[in-house]
Each structure stands twice: as C-alpha cells, then as structure tokens.
Design a protein around this ligand. Structure first.
Ligand SMILES: NC(=O)c1ccc[n+]([C@@H]2O[C@H](COP(=O)([O-])OP(=O)(O)OC[C@H]3O[C@@H](n4cnc5c(N)ncnc54)[C@H](OP(=O)(O)O)[C@@H]3O)[C@@H](O)[C@H]2O)c1
Length: 286
C-alpha cells in the first residue's frame, strides 16, 4: 500500500502556480485576485477561509476577503457578491458553504458569473462539465483527478465507484471519471447493498460525510481508494473510510488529513489562475 500524498503534491503544484501568477503580474500589471466570501461565524468555515486566504497570498495572488455578519439581509449579501463580481481586479469568487440556514444560497451564488465561478458550482459550469466542454471544474473533484494522474493511476476501462452524489463532489467526480473512460457507478443513501458495488471498484471515491463508513471488507484487493470525507470526532479528524482496515486492501489510498483536503485548496488557486489567463485569452494551461 502507498499513500496518495495530497499535501506534498500540493506544495509542488503551488510552486508552479506561483510562477504563473508572477507571469500574469509581469504581463498584465496587476496580481490575480481571488475573493473569498464568508457569512457568519461557523468555526470550521473560518478555518477553511483563513487557509484559502493564506494560500492565495503564498502563490503571489491578491486576496479580497469579504466577511459578513449573519445579521446581514439576503438582499445586502447578494449586493455585496454582485459588487465583487463586477470588480475587474477579482478573477475568481468563492462563497464558503454552507451558509447560515436563513440564506437562500442559490440566489447568492447566481451573482457569480460562470467565468469567475472558481468553485465550478454554477449550472452553466456543471452542465459544460457533463457535456465535456471547457469549463471551471469543482475544486475537490478536479484535485482528485490531478492527484491520481500524478501517481500514474490508469483510468481507461477501470471500474470506478463513487459513493455520494452531491453537486460539489459526487456528481462532478463521476463525470470526470467517465471522461477518463472508467465504467462509473454512483451509490447514494438509497443504494441497496453498497458493498456489492464497492468490492468491484478498481477506483473507489467516497464522499458522504459519515465517519469511517467504508471498511476494509468493502474494498477490492489492490483498489485505489480516495477518501473525501472530513468528520470531526472528539476533536480528531476522520475520513469516510476506515483507513486502518482499508489500507490493508488498497494499493493506493488518501489519508485524512493530508490527502484530498490540501488538493481542494490548491485547485482553488489553480482555477483562479486559469480564470485570470482565460479572461485575457492567454495561456490556457488546463
Ligand atoms: N476534503 C475536502 O476538501 C472536502 C471537500 C468537500 C467535501 N468534503 C467532505 O466530504 C463529505 C461529503 O461532502 P458533500 O458536500 O459531497 O456532502 P453532501 O452534500 O452532504 O452529500 C452527501 C452525499 O452522501 C450520500 N450519503 C449520505 N449518507 C450515505 C450513506 N449512508 N450511504 C451512501 N450514501 C450516503 C448522500 O446521498 P443522498 O443524495 O441520497 O442524500 C449524498 O449524496 C463531507 O464529509 C464533507 O465535509 C471534503
């Protein structure tokens, strides 16, 4: 068994992104800009946002952080996001989800134009992904593919099973694996006998948010296992996969933390660099 080390690969990728961000600055006279919007005081969201701001500045981009109180109205929140969208120095915008319950998330997100939607969440970008067109791909699924490519994982003709069908992770990773010529099965909360499918998976991606749900007996010998889950139990982080038992069967496996998480943040930088160059019709490196 070997580890799919998202942390190390992220450091390498961020180095490459810094070179591109510096080139943009030299060519166009301003730093690439990423705006991160957070509403409310959720402690986990605050940690994620701070990580994103830190990473943005480390790769030589400018961060625009918009911290709004939960007491703000829906209309005011929408107006603030609209203003960011119109700012020519902002190349990418991400709204940290989930928002506090009182907000209509979709109505806020719809103010982010597709070309600045660096989280790849709008209907236009999701639709283009399914159609196989050039788009901005949701950061977590895109990061998973990049990580698997880095480790030389073969896709064509392999059985890929995705557990979870969210718009942010499950559905886009299934589309990407299909584009890579895998035979893809998606399981979800209504799937009968998940083990029947998971034990057939050469590539198993788990994104459900259930602490150590997938155990070693559900994993095929030699499988590549990608654990997206982040579950906090008694102050410790666990994935959706029971690493201890699953790693005895897998040929490659992501740890939690240090696997998919760092790749997600890095791909946010990646998508923002991509969006900035595309806005100038220059140097598309996807
Ligand atoms: N590492 C990272 O960077 C990163 C990024 C994003 C998310 N995450 C983590 O990944 C996990 C999933 O995130 P998400 O946004 O995709 O979650 P989500 O929107 O809550 O979706 C969860 C999905 O899992 C399915 N599911 C729930 N319980 C299940 C069960 N017992 N058996 C089979 N399927 C089940 C649900 O099925 P139904 O559709 O049938 O309800 C749903 O499709 C969370 O722990 C989240 O924190 C990590």
């Amino acid at each position: 068994m070997a580890i799919l080390d998202g942390k190390s690969y992220s450091i390498k990728l961020r180095g490459e992104l810094k070179v591109r961000a510096d080139k943009y600055f030299n060519d166009f006279g301003r730093k690439i800009g990423l705006a991160v919007v957070i509403i409310g005081e959720d402690p986990a969201s605050k940690i994620y946002v701070n990580n994103k701001i830190k990473a943005t500045e480390e790769v030589g981009m400018k961060s625009f952080s918009l911290r709004l109180p939960e007491t703000i109205s829906q209309e005011e929140a929408e107006l603030q996001v609209k203003n960011l969208a119109e700012n020519p120095e902002v190349d990418g915008i991400i709204v940290q989800l989930p928002l506090p319950k009182k907000f209509d998330t979709a109505s806020i997100l719809k103010h982010i134009p597709a070309e600045k939607d660096v989280d790849g969440l709008c209907t236009e970008n999701l639709g283009k992904l399914v159609a196989g067109e050039k788009t901005l791909v949701s950061c977590t699924p895109y990061g998973i593919i990049k990580l698997l490519e880095e480790y030389g994982v073969e896709f064509s003709g392999k059985n890929a099973v995705v557990i979870g069908r969210s718009n942010m992770v499950g559905k886009p990773i299934a589309s990407l694996l299909l584009q890579k010529n895998c035979t893809v099965t998606t399981c979800h909360s209504r799937t009968q006998d998940i083990k029947k499918f998971s034990t057939d998976a050469d590539i198993l991606v788990v994104a459900i948010g259930k602490d150590r749900f997938v155990t070693g007996d559900m994993v095929k010998e030699g499988a590549v296992v990608v654990d997206v889950g982040i579950n906090r139990v008694d102050g410790k982080l666990y994935g959706d996969v029971d690493f201890e038992s699953a790693s005895k069967k897998a040929s490659l496996i992501t740890p939690v933390p240090g696997g998919v998480g760092p790749m997600t943040v890095t791909m946010l930088m990646y998508n923002t660099v991509l969006a900035a160059f595309r806005s100038k019709n220059a140097d598309d490196f996807q």
